[in-house]
Ligand binder design. Structure first.
Ligand code: SF4
Length: 332
């Protein structure tokens, strides 16, 4: 039996628009281990959310087209599932938490009713019993049971995200996809919500794909991390491998531009330039126009992921030169 709950291989997703083809995902390969949390990191426009939608087979079509690759969730090929199988998977096996809790909640139903609806659908029990269970779920995410009768607008942002987490967990999924779950929250509340998620994931033996642009969040919550750039994974490994033996110039750039991960007194260095237009991706390595280590070879062929350590993989031509070192590791 596979040790992974999610395995994505060579996924290609494009959007055929009137203005041209948006190449959102361009040969993405990654896996999430059972009972592990993988952080999927990258700047806006890297293709992180399209990856999440692909896992749920929810890429809007048209204009979206899954052009190739496979996505296996717990051994089942998501891209080959019938509508009925997909519906079952989305209600039972996988749940998703979005960035903005307000858009995920129905403003005209109490939060208790919304959690109870999810429980009813999953367990086919009467509303009255489901509502009692909903109160327990609220308690589990640190909200008093009595608040089950309140409406979403009566809660703060952090509390609303806790309600969304309760709804997501109500159907007891074994896999959770969280897309920037704390980005819309105050910094102090972010830490509380992340702690809660980490705790619930461990207690319920779940696995999670955590999408974020914030390496600080990854350090806090994730066992493994995948760094995404222009629709491909450029570096993947355990959090320890990627943080302490960084191998990709883009990952190095992300670290250098993060104030909270820099030692005091070190200068912040933003990555120069912008993510390429997905309608006009450069030939070869798509990071080459921004990369301080780029050579002629980089602009000619796309670098494949290669193993550089235990579970550590990197896609970068610089490692054809055995003496190559990132600045970050120059003394290591
Ligand atoms: Fe930089 Fe070349 Fe590596 Fe791309 S392949 S990240 S351009 S060194």
């Amino acid at each position: 039996m596979s040790e992974n709950i999610l395995e994505i291989k060579d996924l290609v997703v494009h959007f055929e628009t009137d203005d041209g083809c948006v190449k959102a995902i361009n040969g993405l390969t990654l896996s999430v281990g059972k009972e592990k949390t993988l952080g999927l990191v990258g700047e806006t426009g890297a293709g992180k959310t399209t990856t999440a939608l692909s896992i749920l087979n929810l890429v809007p079509s048209p204009p979206g087209v899954i052009k190739g690759g496979s996505i296996e969730l717990d051994g089942k090929d998501v891209l080959q599932m019938s509508d009925k199988e997909l519906e079952h998977m989305r209600g039972n096996d996988v749940a998703m938490i979005f960035q903005d809790p307000m858009t995920a909640l129905n403003p005209v139903l109490t939060v208790g009713e919304q959690i109870a609806e999810s429980i009813m659908l999953h367990e086919h029990i009467p509303m009255k019993d489901a509502f009692e269970r909903a109160k327990e779920m609220l308690k589990m995410v640190g909200i008093a049971e009595g608040r089950a009768y309140d409406y979403p607008h009566q809660f703060s942002g952090g509390m609303r995200q806790r309600v969304v987490i309760a709804i997501a967990l109500a159907c007891q999924p074994n896999f959770l996809i969280a897309d920037e779950p704390t980005t819309a929250l105050d910094v102090t509340i972010q830490a509380q919500v992340l702690d809660l998620m980490k705790d619930l994931i461990n207690k319920n033996h779940m696995s999670m794909l955590l999408i974020t642009h914030d390496l600080g969040v990854v350090a806090e919550v994730c066992n493994d991390v995948a760094v995404m750039y222009a629709g491909r994974i450029v570096e993947i490994g355990t959090t320890d491998e990627v943080f302490n033996s960084t191998r990709h110039p883009y990952t190095e750039g992300l670290f250098d531009s993060l104030p909270n991960l820099k030692e005091q007194g070190e200068e912040l260095v933003p990555i120069k330039g912008m993510m390429p237009d997905p309608m006009r991706l450069p030939e070869g390595c798509t990071f080459a126009p921004r990369c301080p280590y780029a050579t002629e070879a980089c602009t000619q062929t796309v670098p494949e992921l290669r193993q550089v350590g235990g579970t550590h993989y990197v896609a970068c031509h610089a490692y054809d030169d055995p003496s190559f070192r990132l600045r970050r590791n120059a003394n290591g």
